[in-house]
Design a protein around this ligand. Structure first.
Ligand code: TXA
Ligand code: MG
Length: 325
């Protein structure tokens, strides 16, 4: 299949492909998504095939109008409406019990539906032009870092999807925060762009995410990814880099300026006090970390506050090893 690159003025072509049951990648305010008609099982199946995504991993359904909610979700508590009011359109995904006609494939075989209203103007225009709920996971190969440019999507999926709507680089950062709203307290499923403290100010939330190695991002096994956490992280990285460089290994360090070391390529997360910048650089840097033929990448852990919570969640999933200092 030839993958078309579409410009924003060709949005109607993108919408037409989606209406015909094809997959089209498009920008959101977080990362590029790989869209398909959420109500058409055969379209959704193509998303799983293109990404190589396990069939039991549900997709987020992207909407543009509140009137769509009742046709997708069976019911929702009023506490969820407070969150919708505060954060939609924006990077918050809410999980509800699904209506029966949402295909099982969209829900990964379960009985829930995850809804999100993106705020990116091109995403909104595209959704409106299709007049459909659009299922869209991040538009990367399953297991790799999320794409924040059309070129990233091309690298991962060209030849496997009908088109990429190129809206330029996305704002980037983390993907949406995912919250299961079927019962109170709502359960955090994935930390993300909307921080826990902002949600907790408006609704009771339980953080059910596991703080451990859930290998979701499986970067090239050829590159060892060592996440170094704790008070001595900078010193341990210094010593380990020296040892690896002396052995003739190709080494990189992903972290803040204090972790920059001679002999190692520095993948710069920016200033330690600016977690927003660190989050926005994360995926492009992880892409470089995995694509550049490094033998080993040392990753400096971040404080687990604010956006750091979600960044650390992604780093733990990326790491092949975690060193606690
Ligand atoms: O910002 C984002 O959320 C991006 C853009 C494209 O919207 N999308 C995204 O989708 O990150 P994806 O598929 O890469 O990640 C969605 C996460 C997965 O961890 C998935 O398991 C979880 O949300 N999820 C989706 N639907 C769910 C459901 N019904 N129940 C539980 N978890 C769900
Ligand atoms: Mg993803």
């Amino acid at each position: 299949m030839t993958t078309l690159i579409l410009q924003p003025y060709q949005i109607e072509t993108a919408a037409e492909l989606l209406r015909k049951g094809e997959c089209v990648a498009f920008p959101t305010e977080t990362v590029y998504g790989l869209g398909a008609n959420a109500l058409l099982e055969s379209a959704v199946a193509k998303v799983f095939i293109a990404k190589g995504r396990p069939a039991n991993k549900p997709l987020i359904v992207h909407c543009y109008d509140r009137s769509q909610i009742a046709s997708l979700a069976a019911d929702w508590p009023k506490e969820a409406e407070v969150l919708m009011e505060a954060f939609w359109p924006g990077p918050l995904t809410l999980i509800f019990k699904k209506q029966p006609f949402v295909p099982a494939a969209t829900s990964g075989g379960g009985d829930t539906v995850a809804l999100r209203f993106p705020s990116h103007p091109l995403a909104i225009q595209l959704l409106k032009a299709t007049a459909l709920p659009i299922a869209a996971p991040s538009a990367n190969k399953s297991g790799g870092p999320s794409p924040v440019t059309a070129a990233h999507v091309w690298d991962d999926l060209h030849g496997k999807i009908a088109a990429i709507l190129d809206g330029g680089p996305t704002k980037g950062g983390l993907e949406s925060t995912v919250l299961d709203c079927r019962a109170l307290p709502f359960q955090l499923v994935r930390p993300g762009a909307i921080t826990l403290s902002r949600l907790e100010a408006l609704a009771p939330i339980k953080d059910a995410t596991v703080r451990g190695g859930d290998p979701e991002l499986e970067l090239s096994a050829a590159t060892e990814m060592v996440l170094v956490v704790g008070a001595q992280a900078v010193n341990v990285i210094r010593d380990q880099v020296a040892i690896c460089v002396a052995k003739g290994l190709k080494v990189a360090v992903l972290g803040f300026s204090k972790s920059q070391r001679p002999g190692a390529v520095f993948l710069d997360l920016g200033n330690e006090d600016d977690l927003e910048t660190a989050a926005s650089r994360l995926y492009p840097l992880l892409r470089r970390a995995s694509n550049s033929g490094f033998d080993i990448v040392f990753i400096q852990g971040l404080p687990e506050r604010g956006l750091g919570r979600g960044v650390m969640d992604r780093l733990r999933k990326t790491a092949t090893k975690i060193l606690r200092t």
